[in-house]
Structures are given as structure tokens and as C-alpha cells.
Ligand binder design. Sequence first.
Ligand SMILES: NC(=O)C1=CN([C@@H]2O[C@H](COP(=O)(O)OP(=O)(O)OC[C@H]3O[C@@H](n4cnc5c(N)ncnc54)[C@H](OP(=O)(O)O)[C@@H]3O)[C@@H](O)[C@H]2O)C=CC1
Ligand SMILES: O=C(O)CCC(=O)C(=O)O
Length: 414
Amino acid sequence: MRAFEATQIFFDEAAERLKIDPAMREALLMPDREIQVQVSIEMDDGKLANFIGFRVQHDNARGPMKGGLRFHPQVDLDEVRALACLMTWKTAVVNLPYGGAKGGIGVDPSRLSQPELQRLTRSLADAIHDVVGPDTDIPAPDMGTDFQIMSWFRNQWEKYHGFNPAVITGKPVEEYGARGREEATGRGVGTLTLKLTRRLGLKPDKAKTAIQGFGNVGTHAAKFLNEAEFPIIAVSDITGTYYKSTGLNIPEIMRHKMKHPKGLLEGYNECEVLPVDALLTLPDAAVLIPAAVGGIITEENVDEIHAKVIVEAANGPIVPAADKILNQREVHILPDILANAGGVTVSYFEWVQNRQHYRWSLDRVRQELDHTMNEAFETVWETSNQHEVSLRTAAYMIGIARVHRATELAGLTG
Ligand SMILES: NC(=O)C1=CN([C@@H]2O[C@H](COP(=O)(O)OP(=O)(O)OC[C@H]3O[C@@H](n4cnc5c(N)ncnc54)[C@H](OP(=O)(O)O)[C@@H]3O)[C@@H](O)[C@H]2O)C=CC1
Ligand SMILES: O=C(O)CCC(=O)C(=O)O
């Protein structure tokens, strides 16, 4: 199943409960604008390389559109469309004054040198600079992109439009970035994992946890949960699953990753090394945190998943058919549009600071992030109980209802 179709299934279930009529549903679901661009660069060896870039602007009823840029080989229009749509409900669930967008390039960034990556980013900015801006559509980091890429993008955009750091978030802290943006998604995931497990009566020291993906989100979630005394029994990246039934030494494994020339877990041998996909089906993991790509829990592997709690740090990790089975088995799933909203929340704080030419302390960022995440969690939890629906359907209902209301207030009724 394609990614957008999966998103649509989750959308339909909530829209049905909200009794939104078919024409309005279509208006809410259909992206406002989809842009596909050619991104060609000269490689270090002098050869020409061609890539395809995308920006999908899904909805702006609640404010400027917001969403990351992904550099990954699987990026295509369907995936970006699905991710843009998720951003619309996500910004609404945490009540930010934004709509949703997403962009990316179908490329494996690990195969490019830094100068090639810089040329690629600047070329993307050349191609889409006129459709993004601080009041229209504000990009940010996602898989395969980081603060350096945000900095190149901003610099290139400003060549056309002049100084305005609020055009992009996730920038380096010393160049108008927000303190705490880098850790924000993982911190939000950690905060809500702690909250949900407590609510379910699962003590941290009994909540053996497995985290798939050890990039920005996975590492910060691991750090937070390790400090909260969760035994992190497994982490993974594309080189394998690193497993220890009594709990990994997270600070040590993070030092290993920092020292590895490509930032990988490869070569860490203070634990068992299993195949990449083994992480998902570990019999002793009570909590599973997918923090890598989408569509990894499917009808094929769902029966082998033993976790009682799944926290979707990644966007779209569970396909609808598997979601249904997990719900029937009463597995508690904290959905992506709530679980990983910490990143876009601190992106909002960055944008606010840029516009006010003012800097917040890390303590203030953390405090306001924790407050936003806790408040959104409580609203979703209450809606889930009130309507006797899953946390995912509850989160979609809240997000869709808010966007629907803004659409109606703007004059589009139905
Ligand atoms: N960055 C952010 O602020 C936000 C990110 N997200 C979502 O979180 C997820 C991760 O993003 P982020 O941490 O930024 O991305 P990164 O690029 O920083 O890290 C991705 C990690 O996933 C690993 N990985 C990729 N494929 C697999 C696989 N099949 N099995 C195991 N590991 C794999 C990568 O391994 P390797 O390094 O070996 O390639 C890497 O460790 C994405 O779904 C993203 O959309 C959501 C909200 C905000
Ligand atoms: O920080 C942002 O603006 C967006 C992050 C993002 O792409 C996401 O939440 O999936």
C-alpha cells in the first residue's frame, strides 16, 4: 500500500466519526499544491548528476505551512504527499498556528561528499525559493537532513529575498537556531512514553524498550528514556540491531556512534548483534519505538510483534491493516501526529524567536515543549475515552476538527 493511501484510511475513520460530508473531506484531504523540480548538480568528479525534488503544500487554513525536508532514496511524490498531510493534522493536534507541508529529494545523502550535499541543497533552494517563505511555507529538518543543510538552504534563499532567518527552522544554534530544537523530537517522544507507560501502570525499570533507528530522533529518545531509567534493550541502524537483555549502556553506545566516521553503530561489540529487522520482534521488549522509516509494521510481521506499547517516533511506521490487528490485541499505540510533534513544536518556538529577534533559554524551551506535549496528550487521551476510539483516531479527530473549523471560518463551508 502506498503511503498516502494509508494516511487516507486513518483520515477517513476520524472524518466519518466527525460526520464531515464527502465534498469537505475531499477538500481537507487534497493537497493545496504539489511541486516537482529537477535538481541537477556537478559531482566532485566533474560528472553531472540529476535528482528529483518535491515540495507538497498540503493545507494553510490554520497558518503558514510547515514541515521538514527529507533526503532519502525512497522519497517520491506519494511519500511526500502523505508526510505533508500528516503535518497538517500534527500541527493542529498540538495547536500550533500552522498548516502542513513536506519536501525532499530522492537521494542517499551518505553517498555524497559535503561539497556535493551543499550544491544539492542550494540547487533545491534555487528551485523552490519562490514558493517558501516565513509567512507561506517554512521547511525544517527530517530524515537525512540536519542543521548544516538548513543553514545552506537559508543562505541560498536569502540571496533572492534578503535577510530573514524565519524562512527555515532547525538552524545551527549560533545562527538563529533555537536551543533545544535538535533534541526536541526525541525529548517529546521520551516525555510521552513516560507519561503513557505511567498511565498504564508500567514502571520505567520494568519497561524494556527497543528503539529502531539511531539518528536524531532515536538517539535523543534513548538518552531521555535512559535517564528516566527505562532499560533500553535494543537500538538499530542500517548496520544491524544491537541487543542486550539487561539494558544497553546508552552513553557508551552514543560515544561509539560519535567516533564512527559515518556515525554508525557498526563495530559496537559490547552486546549481541542481530539482523536489522530483529529489533521489531524481540520477545522481551515491552515498549517499541520505531524512529526510522515508514511502513515497517505490516500484515507480514504484525503477529510477531510482542510489545504492549508502541510509540511512533517515525512518521507512518504502522500500515492500517497492522494497526487494526494491534488495536484488536489492545496494544497501546501513541500515534505519530502526537508522539513526534515535539520537533515541529520547537521549530515553532524558533520561528517565534526569529521574528521577535529574541532568544529563549534552553530551560524555557524545554518547559514550554513539555507543557505543549502534555496538554496535547491529555486532550487526545480524553477524546479517546469519551468516544471509545484508539489514540490514533482521537488524535486525527482533534486535528481534523480544528482544520475543518478554520476552513469553515475562512468561508469554505460544507
Ligand atoms: N528530525 C525530526 O525533527 C523529526 C523526525 N521525524 C521522523 O523520525 C524518523 C527519523 O528521523 P531522524 O531521526 O530525523 O532521521 P535521521 O536521518 O537522523 O536518522 C534515521 C535513522 O534511521 C536509521 N534507519 C534507516 N532505515 C532503517 C531501517 N530500515 N532499520 C533501522 N534503522 C534504519 C538510520 O540508519 P543509518 O544512519 O545507518 O542510515 C538512522 O540511524 C523519520 O520518520 C522522521 O520523519 C518526525 C518528526 C520530526
Ligand atoms: O520541525 C518542523 O517544522 C517539521 C518536522 C517534521 O518534518 C515532522 O514533524 O515530521
